[in-house]
Design a binder for this molecule. Structure first.
Ligand code: CA
Ligand code: CA
Length: 189
């Protein structure tokens, strides 16, 4: 039962990520010549928010695989490693309506990431990435009047806006950060 629940969750998460699509720059190879693979250990989660690092790490692995950016390996002798920590989250009221009720909440997270060349331990990049998703407490992203994923399409017009409102906001933020990180890997060097 527990496994079935988890599987359903994983599948729906992947569906959400697929639906969001991705905004990648050029696919032109710009990876340093001496580096042919990368290992991506589970990111450290310095926040109390459950499962953030698992979701983010697996999304980065998935995006790098789908985009065929660089070979991913679990080998301890990898040419390079992407290390990351979820350093902070903020989650709370962001905007109020005329009745001074909260009309919009935001879930934001910041992630510190470095890509390290294992040959000489040099950093190919080190950067903090931040992103957010918006949600409301009425818990229906398809009718909350918010552009939850900030793509310019709102509610029923946006097929991405469904499901649990806060979970959607978290997944939006994770997806944006994963895309940013993969773009930074692509544009390094
Ligand atoms: Ca939207
Ligand atoms: Ca919405």
């Amino acid at each position: 039962m527990e496994l079935k629940k988890r599987l359903t969750k994983v599948i729906s998460l992947h569906l959400i990520f697929l639906l969001f699509g991705c905004a990648y720059y050029s696919m032109a190879g710009s990876i340093p010549a001496n580096i042919s693979n990368v290992s991506i250990p589970l990111f450290v989660n310095d926040t109390p928010e459950f499962e953030l690092s698992e979701k983010l790490t697996s999304e980065i692995v998935q995006q790098i695989s789908i985009q065929n950016v660089i070979k991913i390996t679990n080998d301890i002798d990898s040419d390079s490693v992407i290390d990351g920590s979820v350093v902070s989250v903020s989650d709370g009221p962001y905007a109020f309506n005329n009745n001074e009720q909260v009309s919009e909440y935001r879930f934001s997270l910041s992630v510190r990431v470095s890509w390290i060349d294992n040959e000489d331990d040099s950093k190919l990049f080190e950067k903090t990435f931040s992103a957010f998703g918006t949600y409301s407490i009425d818990n229906d992203p398809s009718s909350d009047g918010l552009d939850n994923d900030n793509d310019g399409v709102i509610d029923a017009d946006d097929s991405d806006e469904f499901g649990d409102s806060r979970e959607l906001a978290i997944n939006v933020a994770i997806n944006k950060i994963a895309v940013d990180i993969v773009n930074t890997v692509l544009s390094t060097w």
